[in-house]
Design a protein. Sequence first.
Length: 197
Amino acid sequence: MERSRIVLAGYTPRLLTLEPGQRSSAVMVPLLLDGGGYRVVLTKRTDHVEHHKGEISFPGGAHDPEDAGLRETALREMEEEIGVLREHVEVVGQLDDVVTGANYRIRPYVGVVDRSPYPFERNREEVAEVLAVPFSHLLDPAYVRDEEVVRFNGMRMRMRSYVWNEHVIWGATALILRGLIDLLEQGGALTELSGRQ
């Protein structure tokens, strides 16, 4: 992952000011080595969570006052939700902030998990399923959709989503994924994560 690490470490993300009424949150984008390429770890949320029931998301959540910072929030939430210990993750970069329809400002971090397969232990109240999607799958046009949608503020815009088995990855999660893919493509590092030559 040498080229990818350089690209991610050298990127200066767009940080958004926390607006009145917004909640500060963070997610981890965990990457697992699988053969010649990497997999992106996502979760399917249960119907018991407060927001985004049943949706596909990255491990993460709201910032707690006890957290030293948002990076710590992402690591803590990953441990709590899917059992990946922070000492098994090397945080290699940070992506642009994203705001959700539920008024969360999300700060995404990218981390490489040091073992694969990983013995995930999901929090059954919050996580219905742990998904490990091959990075190469996210680059296959057969599983990528670009559609015009009406946002929560009434604005029309084109949004990208990704299909993995019976799951559709959309919204803020898809936006974060697209940001990662675009950044790596611009830096000439996509082949490292996808395993494609």
